[in-house]
Design a binder for this molecule. Structure first.
Ligand SMILES: Cc1ncc(COP(=O)(O)O)c(C=O)c1O
Length: 434
């Protein structure tokens, strides 16, 4: 029995089924490489689902965390606050889009950041409604899952959702939903389902993560900004997956040239340590009463030290530019592959910066999804030493999330593996059909 087989058996016996897992059991990782418990090497284009933007174990992060662990590891910010938290808040208040006074709170997970942003918006507006979008992913807590725009598996089996959470269509021209249609549904929603003056917040991912790396058009985000201004609705940018240099800008909303009122961040924020944040208009953040927000572990000192180092590394290593450079290379190669004869299964290649996906279809005319081919490509890549992830509401997109510190020779190696995996998966699917 290999070490992996042994862990798989122990995992099956001891760990909840509902916690989805892949078959790669990690032993160690360094920048864009990961080795499993049997010594097999992988290039990691999942980056812990957009977390290790600065690579695995960036030396600067490791030093910062080691230094902090020699001072203290936990006091609870509510009991004995510390400078690192305040310094990070100052940094986020400056770094997030929007030329207005801002404040920040730190928590631990992306879902928790979303929960707290909604709480702040409700406290500020004294309203309760929240509008999210189809295909959205905002986490697995009660409000987080209610906001998700995908039923299975996120809401299925978990009972009643909180009231006054509505979904408008996320524009997706590849699937025939235009910006105008989305805005028309939203307008109709205000006439048929909820008075806009009951809506506290509207929450949107500028690039949908789990939903399939669908990019919100800048004009759509600008239109939402106007609607929110017209009705006094708090606009929340969920930058948990797209933020922190991933799309070639520090925050993906910057591509649209408008600012949200609140920004949620997590994942890349602390480069592998659990930390999330809500940053936004000071008066909205401060609407939550003293003691109404926070948490025992919220803003953990080790994670905060890592996050402060992440921002240093982004600046020093020019990671926004690197995201664009790596993303352009991947997108260019995938576009070339998709143009080749026999590659008609690749229906779409899209992305912003180093947040790239391609969608697999059975027919380019109808764009009917091919989730089986998607799974086959992911499995082929894994067998050949490349970690990639599926995504999309129709489970037919492959997403690529390389660390922004990936050396170019590893990007090239990964693309060679990816191309071979796509070819092998398409050929074996074709043979099976014969
Ligand atoms: C856009 C977005 N929001 C929220 C979350 C939830 O974050 P977490 O899993 O840390 O709770 C995720 C996680 O994938 C996400 O992509």
């Amino acid at each position: 029995m290999t070490a992996t087989e042994n862990l798989k058996a122990r995992r099956a016996a001891a760990v909840a089924v509902g916690v989805a897992t892949r078959g790669i059991y990690a032993e160690r990782a360094e920048n864009a490489e990961l080795w499993d418990v049997d010594g097999k090497r992988f290039i990691d284009f999942a980056a812990g689902i957009a977390v290790n933007n600065t690579g695995h174990r960036h030396p600067k992060l490791m030093e910062a965390v080691a230094a902090q662990s020699n001072a203290f590891t936990h006091t609870c910010f509510h009991v004995a606050p510390y400078e690192g938290y305040i310094a990070l808040a100052e940094r986020l208040n400056t770094a997030t889009p929007g030329d207005f006074d801002k404040k920040t709170m730190l928590v631990t997970t992306g879902a928790e950041a979303v929960e707290n942003a909604v709480k702040m918006a409700r406290a500020y507006t004294d309203r309760s409604g929240v509008i999210a979008f189809s295909g959205a992913f905002h986490g697995r807590t009660l409000m987080g899952m209610a906001l998700c725009g995908k039923v299975t598996p996120y809401k299925k089996a978990f009972g009643a959702m909180p009231p006054e959470v509505l979904h408008a269509p996320f524009p997706n021209e590849f699937h025939g939903v235009t910006v105008e249609q989305s805005l028309a549904v939203l307008d109709n929603m205000f006439k048929s389902s909820i008075d806009p003056e009951r809506v506290a917040a509207m929450i949107i991912e500028p690039v949908q993560g789990e939903g399939g790396f669908n990019i919100a058009q800048p004009e759509f985000l600008r239109a939402l900004r106007k609607i929110c201004d017209d009705y006094g609705i708090v606009l929340i940018a969920d930058e948990v997956q797209a933020g922190i240099a991933r799309t070639g800008k520090l925050f993906a909303f910057e591509h649209a040239g408008v600012a949200a009122d609140l920004v949620t961040m997590a994942k890349g924020l602390a480069g592998g340590f659990p930390l999330s944040a809500v940053t936004g208009r000071a008066e909205i953040v401060d609407a939550a009463p003293v003691g109404g927000i926070g948490g025992t572990y919220a803003g953990n000192p080790l994670a905060v030290a890592a996050a402060n180092a992440v921002f240093d590394v982004i600046e020093e290593e020019n990671l926004c530019a690197r995201a664009t450079e790596i993303g352009d290379m991947i997108k260019g190669r995938l576009t070339d592959i998709a143009a080749r004869q026999g590659m008609e299964a690749i229906g779409d290649v899209r992305g912003l910066g180093a947040m790239i996906a391609f969608e697999l279809v059975t027919d380019r005319q109808t764009n009917a999804p091919d989730p089986a081919l998607t799974q086959a490509i992911v499995a082929e890549a894994e067998a050949r030493g490349l970690i990639i992830l599926p995504c999309g509401t129709r489970a037919n997109a492959v997403r690529l999330l390389p660390p922004l510190t990936t050396p170019m020779e590893h990007v090239e190696e990964a693309l060679d593996i990816l191309e071979a995996s796509i070819e092998a998966a398409i050929n074996s699917t074709a043979q099976a059909a014969e």
